[in-house]
Write a protein that binds this ligand. Structure first.
Ligand code: UTP
Length: 625
């Protein structure tokens, strides 16, 4: 499109009802450089009180291309926010005014404990829900939010590329994809479907993670998933704000750019809505959307049972949760009832829960109850939404999620900020706009089974107060071995007690390094069916089961055992296996001789001796040394 001529500028101004005298003179001087659609965007900015963005513009002829480029960014900011920049600025002014006033978002609300399902791993109830969940899995779509920078972790790569554990080196993304594929397969087997439905997998990325996520998928053949089954949706950043009047901030490094920052994982809802995928899924007969985060290597151990709870209890929203110690730095799932009759079940951040309880007749605030835990379940931010009601709600909201703003004020007058701020939103705030009739519940799962995210760098993790979780690469990997060991123990395998060891300044329990492919065992019932007779594994042992049909029968393991098998190979593993094994050796995270992936966990696995067998053909085999 051509730039406007002087005459057409005059016409555009009169068509748009603009009195050029009210406009910033530097913008007016340059107007003839702009296309009509750019002039419209300029009008929008001026109307929104953003004239300062043009104040520094030099005379025409100087940096003209940069001036025009501003509008490409403005157009993008405008189209990627529900309601456009006008809504963004309006919302920002309201939230900034509330923040200045010190308004409490929970004023008038009384907290109480909502109803939900509390599961205990391995009991009959758990097994029943797991079976129901596996049946439903073919009607599910999975959504991974992976747009976060991971500043606390400080890893140079993307978080989903980090090994979940270093015994097999499986990265988080591979683990997630293999888990979804295993669920898909088990689900169609259980429901005796004639053909396997492909379970859709969406990854929300951002400019910080998109290219590297795509590259990780492509260079690994999508870890066995069909590329058409995976869809990447990139979230955009939002404009930064310089003051309480929501004046947009210019990028300190480029005065022709508006400074932007991430808007938070709540963007996933508007992105899914605008992508049109939700309707495609509904038309394909899907019923559930499962949201999860980038670095929780345990999550899929909790998925079958939690999905079973959603299906059985007809929850529109099911928040996965763990038992929470009072004052633990994890949000509590809470029912909030307003004096005007409004009510919602929502995550209340831990720093807000205590004052809220104190202000509403609980003088002790956030304390444990007779169970030794807070009565409010700890939110782990993995959500299962029923697709129909989800679409219904998003049709009303466009996927916009209640936002918050967290400005760092220069002083008590709260008139200026130390640095620019922006609006943010969280995926778990989705239920805030739901009607009281919505069925919002939770599922509490044992922490050791469900939650061990990798969020903190070694230095910060080492400073975590004793008894609180480290949430580091060290604890994340150890938690996988611990969970697998405890699952096998419950299935009847005798295990030695773990030993305590310190890595990167963090004391952790070291269990035998037991890992398996998701297709070996997704549910407790399946795992139990693959353990026979009297089996035992010593603490110093390593066991990696990389195949579907591997039966452990009267196995006594003291060393390292690795089994690789193709799907058609049925392998019975038993007898006494002893070798020097694989040793966990401490390393210093400052020792740059080791790769960052190892330094960040503070140990490496020294593979001294192992028994490794591969079964590459279908058939029945027995390994009995
Ligand atoms: P985290 O709370 O771990 O935040 O996000 P983060 O931004 O990744 O890490 P820090 O706070 O900088 O250390 C929880 C989940 O939400 C995703 C993350 O990738 C992670 O899976 N996320 C976060 C997004 O997808 N987009 C965002 O804007 C923020």
């Amino acid at each position: 499109m051509a730039s406007a001529t002087a005459d057409s500028v005059a016409k555009i101004l009169s068509d748009l009802n603009i009195n050029a005298g009210d406009w910033p003179p530097n913008l007016v001087k340059n107007l003839h450089l702009l296309h009509p659609d750019q002039i419209e965007l300029a009008k929008m900015l001026v109307d929104l009180g953003q004239s300062h963005l043009f104040q520094h513009w030099p005379e025409p002829g100087v940096e003209d291309e940069q001036k025009k480029a501003v509008f490409a960014q403005v157009a993008k900011l405008n189209s990627s926010y529900p309601g456009g920049l006008a809504s963004y600025v309006k919302n920002a002014r309201e939230l900034l005014a509330d923040s200045k006033e010190g308004k409490n978002p929970y004023d008038g609300f009384t907290p109480s404990v909502p109803t939900g399902e509390v599961l205990s791993f391995g009991d009959d109830n758990f097994i029943k829900f797991e079976e129901a969940g596996v049946k439903e899995a073919q009607n599910a779509a999975f959504v991974l939010v992976a747009g976060g920078l991971g500043e606390r972790l400080g890893y140079n790569g993307i978080k989903v590329a980090l090994p979940a554990e270093t015994t097999t080196g499986t990265c988080f993304l591979q683990l997630y994809i293999e888990s979804i594929l295993a669920l898909q397969e088990a689900s169609s087997r259980l429901s005796q479907a004639t053909c396997q439905k492909e379970v859709p997998f969406v990854i929300m990325t951002s400019d910080d993670t998109h290219a590297r996520t795509l590259d990780l998928l492509e260079s690994n053949s999508y870890f066995g998933m069909k590329p058409t089954q995976v869809q990447l949706l990139k979230q955009e950043k939002v404009a930064c704000l310089d003051d309480n009047d929501a004046r947009l901030a210019l990028d300190p490094h480029d005065k022709y750019k508006i400074q932007t920052k991430p808007h938070g994982h709540g963007d996933v809802h508007s992105l899914l809505y605008s992508s049109g995928l939700l309707n495609v899924w509904r038309d394909a007969g899907l019923r559930w959307v499962l949201f999860f985060q980038d670095t929780n290597g345990l999550l899929f151990k909790a998925i079958p049972a939690s999905l079973g709870v959603s299906a059985t209890k007809h929850y529109h929203v099911n928040s996965l949760a763990v038992q929470r110690k009072a004052k633990e730095a994890i949000g509590g799932i809470t029912r909030l009832t307003h004096s005007d009759g409004r009510s919602m079940v929502i995550n209340v951040e831990y720093n807000q829960l205590d004052p809220l309880l104190r202000a509403t007749g609980h003088p002790d605030g956030d304390v444990n109850c007779e169970t030794g835990y807070s009565p409010f379940p700890g939110n782990i931010n993995q959500l299962i939404l029923e697709l129909g009601p989800y679409i219904e709600e998003l049709t009303k909201t466009g996927g916009a999620i209640k936002e918050f703003v967290n400005p760092k004020y220069k002083d008590a007058s709260k008139t200026s900020f130390k640095s620019s701020t922006r609006l943010e939103c969280m995926m778990q705030d989705y239920p805030k706009t739901l009607p009281p009739s919505a069925r919002v519940g939770f599922t509490v799962i044992d922490t050791w089974l469900a939650y061990a995210p990798v969020k903190n760098n070694p230095e910060d993790a080492a400073k975590v107060p004793k008894g609180n979780p480290y949430h580091s690469a060290t604890s994340g990997e150890k938690a996988i071995y611990c969970a697998n060991s405890r699952i096998l123990q419950k299935a009847g395998v005798q295990l030695e007690d773990p030993v305590k060891q310190v890595f990167n300044g963090q004391e952790v329990e070291v269990w035998p390094r037991i890992t398996w492919k998701p297709k070996w065992g997704l549910t407790f019932a399946e795992i139990k069916s693959k353990v026979n007779g009297s089996c035992s594994i010593t603490q110093r042992s390593t066991l990696a089961l990389k195949g579907r049909s591997i039966l452990l029968e009267n196995l006594s393991l003291d060393g390292a055992l690795i089994i690789n098998s193709v799907d058609g190979a049925k392998v019975k593993v038993g007898g006494s296996i002893q070798n020097k094994g694989w040793i966990v050796e401490s390393i210093d995270y400052k020792d740059t001789g080791f790769p960052e992936e190892l330094r960040t966990r503070g140990f490496r696995i020294n593979k001294i001796e192992q028994l490794e067998e591969s079964y590459n053909e279908p058939g029945e085999f027995s390994l009995k040394p």
